[in-house]
Design a protein around this ligand. Structure first.
Ligand code: SAM
Length: 284
């Protein structure tokens, strides 16, 4: 989808929408399973149904068209999305790298932009490791890791009961329930109860996951690998995150042995990047 779809839609809608508004029809759409999610310019909102129906007619495999009505809300990152055309079906199954993710797109955030990162981490895990996924959501990282590695156990924590419901469901449909321990709680609380258990810790939460680094270090055995997702301004890369992680590690009794990988995952806001940094740490 893109400019071509915009042209097709303009063509289909030129009799139904005032001509001065046609150029406001968006060129970018988010397609997940059989659902299209779009953002509309406020001037187009009175014609949302016509736009939704035009998409359904152009793409017979699309069952539902929904519109973002606001930003993600709160720490649970609850989406604000409303169906504008098609079936009132909000629970979907997205397939990615032969892994199934079931979730309700009106209740759960899903970022397709993290696809290659999910696979990279899944392949980095070594046999028999114990993992902590501090912000597990519906299993964005935990499920592919359980499917593609010989991990011993993954403690998959999330504060949102809806996310934990789908995490359990995804573990079941991907046949990896025996490898995953879902925990409905605040990861900072769990860190006090499960100290010194992890070979690898995943922090897949942005922005401000830096506020949770203290909890992350509590989970580690004497040595481990941290996959740290965070947001930084373009000008801060990479000096600021590297200095910050070294300072934080020392504060919690660890040293950084190496940073074998760092990458911009995607753009988060103008000049602000979502980055991932792998950090090998060892107790001082
Ligand atoms: C939505 S995920 C991030 C998206 C994901 N990285 C992806 O690939 O699409 C972040 C999760 O962190 C959870 N969360 C936020 N604060 C938390 C906390 N203190 N403890 C545990 N989970 C938390 C939210 O409920 C949410 O499910």
């Amino acid at each position: 989808m893109g400019k071509k779809l915009k042209r097709l839609l303009i063509n289909k809608l030129k009799e139904k929408i005032p001509s001065n508004l046609l150029q406001l029809i968006p060129a970018h759409y988010f397609l997940i399973d059989k659902t299209v999610i779009l953002t509309l310019h406020e001037k187009l909102i009175p014609w949302e149904k016509e736009i939704g129906n035009a998409i359904l007619e152009l793409f017979p495999y699309v069952r539902t068209v929904a519109r973002k009505v606001g930003p993600f809300e709160g720490v649970k990152k609850q989406p604000q999305i409303r169906i504008i055309a098609g079936e009132e079906q909000t629970e979907i199954i997205h397939k990615e790298n032969k892994v199934y993710f079931k979730f309700d797109f009106t209740k759960i955030e899903f970022s397709k932009g993290n696809k290659s990162e999910r696979m990279r981490i899944a392949k980095a895990v070594k046999p028999n490791e114990t993992l902590v996924d501090m912000f597990a959501g519906i299993g964005y990282f935990s499920i592919p890791i359980a499917v593609y590695s010989n991990v011993k156990k993954i403690y998959a924590i999330d504060i949102n009961p809806i996310a934990i419901h789908y995490l359990k469901e995804n573990a079941r449909i991907n046949k990896v329930s025996h490898k995953i321990i879902p925990i409905l709680s605040d990861c900072r609380k769990v860190a006090n109860e499960l100290q010194g258990i992890a070979d690898r810790v995943i922090m897949g939460y942005i922005p401000f996951s830096r506020n949770f680094l203290g909890a992350a270090f509590k989970f580690f055995k004497t040595k481990g690998v941290l996959h740290w997702h965070e947001t930084f301004h373009k000008t801060e890369l990479w000096e600021k995150p590297i200095n910050l992680i070294k300072e934080e590690a020392e504060k919690y009794g660890y040293r950084v042995n190496s940073i074998p990988y760092k990458k911009i995952v995607k753009s988060y806001a103008p000049k602000i990047y979502h980055v991932v940094i792998d950090v090998e740490v060892e107790k001082l």
